[in-house]
Design a protein around this ligand. Sequence first.
Ligand SMILES: [Zn+2]
Length: 146
Amino acid sequence: MSDVLSFEPPLHATKHCRHYSYEPGLSGGPRCAVGCAMSEPGSLGRCMPEPRGECPKREEYTADERAAWKVARAASMARLANAVQALPRAIPLNTSGEIDCPNCSGKLRYARWHRGAEIACTTPHCCGAHFNIAGGVDWPSRGEAK
Ligand SMILES: [Zn+2]
């Protein structure tokens, strides 16, 4: 590992079986890393945090993995909050721009349109989000500034 800022997330350690994942998209769906059949009715229940039924291959994430995930998740939420704090307020509708990211040496890009906004840092996994915003509302609101 180098000392370049990296926000590479750790293993997504949920309370599901560690072989379980869900792939988004049309051809996506639930997946099992060790090839359990996922298509029979009720089979998914064995992968869930509170398993219904028993799978002989089920394995849990370790407490350390879950703790690392929790820490990384909290850090990620904090970076997002920092980023929103650093934005100009309010961002005029139908504009976009870029500021120095308050979390890293990257650039924080933002865009604002009617009923929405998006921010994204150029550093992978630093921060980014889509926001739905009610019509006629300033965003970020001036009151949110610290
Ligand atoms: Zn950043």
